[in-house]
Design a protein around this ligand. Structure first.
Ligand code: AVI
Length: 320
């Protein structure tokens, strides 16, 4: 499911999401205009992200699925049976079953801020694994979460696939890793997907596919602003850009103005000159060393790293 998540959704009298409005108005007032990537994932955005995961250029989902499919025996050796698997995000219909089948867990606890996604994913999973206790928790996993009493005495395995950690700047990523430690407790393990630095052409293609699905995903954010916040952003004057930022080791997505434009959002006026951008996403990529540094800074000791057969993506097991 889509990652959604720093704050609980709060609606005002008009049914407008206050946090969305606050983030957009503050972000568009900055010198480098920016909107946090978590706002991509309305229903249309979540469907477009599912389409992205099937694109020929977008290798991360296939690469990580291959790792999960190939190394089940080693997961069982290193993780062992009888753990409660706590998934940060409500789970993918392909990746989660591969892990659960490999390690024979005692329970499955999906955490997600979106109750709808969570219930759908938990229901699918329960149908696939009839004997497995499933305890969905509707919560913002960026903060420490109290897990259900039913899993209190079980050792935990946190599962955070997809390199979603890469969508955060280092400071936020470390905060999240530390709150995961608090959520999972002493003796827990973490299995986390992290994408690797590679040829910028391959990276830029993964975020700017020939079919234009990622461009649509990016533009959908402006469409959402217009629909939900009374915006007048001229969508046909914005163009999708994905570029490798070597200094920060990340692919950045932006919406670039093709000419000078002016628009309103929630009654506030904004202008962009031709070539100016709204920064909409960071997707950090890692070296083996930077993965270690980030995990250690977050309080996790790396135990083992697996790569896909083409060495594009990694899955790392770490412990407390
Ligand atoms: C969810 N996240 C890990 C994706 C990524 O690769 O950073 C989001 C995405 N943005 C554009 N394409 C995919």
């Amino acid at each position: 499911a889509a990652y959604d998540g720093l704050a609980l959704v709060e609606l005002d009298e008009d049914g407008v999401d206050k946090a969305f409005r606050a983030d957009v108005l503050a972000g568009l007032a900055q010198e480098q205009k920016a909107v946090p990537a978590r706002w991509f994932y309305d229903d249309a955005g979540s469907e477009l992200f599912e389409d992205i995961t099937r694109l020929p250029e977008y290798y991360p989902t296939r690469a990580e699925t291959e790792i999960l499919r190939e190394h089940g025996d080693e997961f069982l050796d290193l993780i062992g049976p009888g753990r409660a698997v706590v998934e940060f995000g409500s789970g993918s219909s392909v990746k989660t079953p591969l892990l659960l089948r490999a390690i024979e867990p005692a329970a499955y606890v999906p955490l997600d801020i979106s109750g709808d996604f969570l219930r759908a994913a938990a229901g699918d999973l329960a149908a696939k694994f009839p004997g497995l206790p499933v305890h969905p928790v509707e919560a913002d996993f960026m903060r420490e979460v109290a897990l259900p009493d039913a899993v209190a005495d079980m050792p935990k395995l946190g599962f955070f696939p997809g390199s979603t950690i890469g969508n955060m700047v280092a400071r936020t990523a470390v905060d999240l890793l530390r709150s995961m430690r608090g959520t999972l407790g002493a003796g827990s393990q973490l299995l986390i997907g992290m994408d690797l630095i590679k040829d910028p052409k391959v990276l830029e293609a993964a975020y700017d596919d020939a079919a234009g699905v990622t461009a649509e995903f990016n533009l959908n954010l402006a469409r959402r602003i217009n629909r939900e916040l009374g915006g007048t952003i001229p969508l046909d004057k914005l163009h999708h850009v994905a570029r490798w930022n070597d200094t920060f080791a990340r692919v950045e997505m932006h919406l670039e103005a093709l000419e000078d434009i002016a628009f309103e959002v929630s009654g506030h006026r904004f202008a962009m000159t031709a070539g100016e951008t709204i920064h909409t996403e960071n997707s950090h990529k890692f070296s083996h060393r930077s993965q270690h540094t980030l995990l250690l800074a977050g309080g996790w000791t790396p135990l083992r790293r697996w790569l896909d057969s083409q060495g594009r993506f990694s899955l790392i097991l770490a412990d407390w």
